[in-house]
Design a binder for this molecule. Structure first.
Ligand code: SF4
Length: 622
């Protein structure tokens, strides 16, 4: 068992990880086959996809199971194949890629009795130099969003990225001597620092590529080929967030040819100079890993960012090391706890430092450290066990809702590769909606007033879905479309309107009818200031209960206002819903009909939950 790239990235977390992994020192210089290597990397690659799928949604990915990961595997394999297929457009020479060829290029080096190994996703040989291209199913957005934000002539927020495009390949601006007046050098280098943080979503892949480079260079040195080192260029191949699929298919498969704006579905980012800068740090990390292996101490260590709590990359030993942290109302349940806490003197206390010092429960924290009003509310509620409620704000929020109320919820499939015309990579492709219509206060029957649409298969059913919404939602009714977390539904309606201009007008009217039920519980500063509240009061929560544990998600709010529960449901969250839908083509008739019913049941529960929450809120302020 040699140390692979994935092992290395995990071993560097902390000494305890290495010890808990039951490393057998004597086995650390053996060989690893491509099959074994890929098996090890697979789970990580799939987690990569899931984290990109839920980038913006803050979804709870803790419960992701192997089934969730496996359903995404074909998409990942396809991304790798597409990268290999598109690479010759940008690079000359010969290419070795794809695990199917079984001849992926590998490099390995032996340092202090330990073998380090990596396989290369795309190995490109050109006359007298080489390109190493690592494929990641993330998108260019992650990199292009690093930079200075500014407003364009139309007042729209834009980002002047530290990366820039030349001949179809992205480079750091400094590599092209292209740091301009929009961003000073000082600012540029400040933004660039993000790339050196291996725990940052963008920095993670740079670290991965730098470890790759470290192994490759040591392999060459040990084989007396040091003269080759400067002849190698290092790239990431990632999905192009600008690419728009034109809806053309070859048979039943999408044909991802260059789009009308000249974009390819995969983009390449040159990280040759950046990974070079990284090598000294990797060497230090390698020494640390060796020390951890030498000492193999499984003693308790302080917890920290490296545990990667709440990320798909969470450490697999978290349950062991974090056992002393209560699941409910620990200081990690304080909203915005990632910013740390400050006392009156402005001294900053980081969350993990506090925990490692024994300040664990919400009520353990000295009150003077709570410099955010919302945290103060949380503290008081947990200490007193009495919920916080601003009845006047809740009442005024409810008064903004007009009838009929259309309780609406979408289910989506954020597929890494666009499936239908007009979609981009990771577009939240709507495949289902549920609608409960409440004609007057409290007049809504769970069955009779329920309407839904669920795509029966993976063909493009978006137009049908739009037509059904238009049929059941009367945009001239002066009613309200009630959703939970409006930005999601608003963005989906906007995207559908852009792809289907025929319905744009109606879909825009629907957007304008949207009201967010979460505002009534959580607040919305702009809304409540418009309703006459002071800025200070408008910013504060309307409601907080100790069972919320710092979350305003619908799943947390529902039990506080209703007896309705998702417990025992076969499909009980959004990830399970998309897995069920993604598996449709694989199911036999009986299983398909069963899953179809369960999906309808789940989505229906989501809108019925809104009916119940609103009912509970109304009753609580009577
Ligand atoms: S959970 Fe944290 S402390 Fe425990 S092994 Fe993992 S990284 Fe180390």
């Amino acid at each position: 068992m040699a140390i692979t790239k994935t092992n290395f990235i995990n071993y560097i977390r902390c000494p305890r990880y290495v010890a808990l992994d039951h490393l057998k020192k004597e086995k650390l210089d053996s060989f690893v086959t491509l099959e074994e290597y890929l098996k090890e990397e697979e789970e990580d690659k799939l987690k990569e996809i899931l984290s990109s799928m839920y980038d913006d949604e803050g979804n709870d990915l803790i419960d992701v199971t192997n089934e969730h990961l496996q359903v995404m595997l074909p998409y990942y394999n396809k991304v790798e194949l597409l990268a290999g297929f598109i690479a010759p457009k940008y690079f000359k020479g010969t290419f070795k890629y794809s695990k199917d060829t079984k001849d992926q290029e590998s490099f390995d080096c032996k340092i202090n009795g330990i073998r380090y190994l990596c396989y290369v996703d795309i190995y490109n040989e050109v006359d007298d130099y080489f390109n190493i291209i690592e494929v990641k199913a993330t998108t260019t957005k992650k990199y292009l969003n690093i930079g200075k934000s500014y407003k364009d002539d139309f007042g729209k927020k834009k980002i002047h990225s530290i990366f820039t495009l030349k001949n179809g390949i992205y480079y750091l601006r400094e590599d092209l001597n292209n740091i301009d007046e929009v961003m000073s050098e000082k600012e540029y280098f400040k933004y660039k620092q993000k790339l050196f943080n291996r725990l940052d979503p963008a920095g993670h892949y740079i670290y991965d590529l730098a470890v790759q480079r470290y192994i490759i260079e040591n392999d060459l040195k040990q084989n007396n080929m040091s003269d080759q080192i400067d002849k190698i260029h290092y790239y990431l191949a990632v999905l192009n967030s600008e690419y728009i699929f034109d809806g053309e298919y070859l048979g039943s498969e999408p044909n991802y040819k260059t789009d009308i704006n000249g974009n390819d579905i995969v983009s390449f980012i040159d990280l040759t100079n950046l990974t070079k800068e990284y090598l000294d740090r990797i060497d230090l990390d390698r020494k640390r890993v060796e020390l951890y292996i030498k000492t193999l101490k499984a003693d308790k260590v302080p917890i920290g960012d490296y545990c990667e709590n709440k990320k798909t990359t969470v450490c697999k030993y978290k349950d062991i090391c974090w056992k002393f942290i209560p699941k409910e109302n620990s200081i990690l349940n304080y909203i915005d706890n990632h910013h740390g806490f400050k006392d009156k003197m402005g001294n900053l206390y980081k969350r993990y430092d506090l925990i490692n010092d024994g300040i664990i429960k919400m009520t353990d924290i000295p009150v003077e450290y709570l410099n955010r009003e919302k945290n103060m509310i949380q503290y008081e509620v947990v200490k007193s066990h009495i919920p916080y409620m601003n009845k006047a704000k809740i009442k005024d929020g409810i008064a903004c809702i007009t009838y009929p109320i259309y309780h609406l919820d979408f289910e989506t499939f954020p597929c890494p590769l666009p499936r239908y015309k007009g979609e981009k990579c990771y577009t939240q492709s709507v495949f289902q909606f549920s609608l409960h219509i409440e004609k007057e206060i409290g007049i809504c029957d769970k069955e009779k007033d329920h309407y839904e649409f669920l795509a029966p298969d993976h063909k493009d059913h978006r137009e049908e879905l739009i037509k059904k919404m238009i049929k059941w939602i009367d945009t001239n009714s002066n009613g309200t479309i009630l959703v939970y977390n409006e930005s999601f539904e608003k963005t989906r309606l906007k995207e559908l309107g852009e792809i289907f201009p025929l319905y744009k007008n109606e879909l825009n009217k629907m957007r304008n009818m949207i009201f967010d039920l979460m505002y009534i519980v959580k607040t919305n500063s702009k809304l409540y200031q418009e309703l006459g509240y002071s800025e200070k009061e408008a910013k504060l929560f309307n409601y907080y209960h100790q069972d919320m544990n710092g979350s305003f998600s619908i799943k947390k709010i529902l039990p506080l206002f209703s007896n309705l529960t998702y417990k025992g449901m076969e499909i009980a969250n959004g990830v399970e819903a998309l897995v069920a839908y993604a598996n449709f083509p694989k199911l036999d008739k009986l299983d398909y009909e069963h899953k179809y019913r369960k999906l309808v049941e789940y989505c229906k529960q989501d809108t019925w939950a809104m009916v119940e929450i609103l009912k509970g809120l109304r009753a609580s302020v009577k």
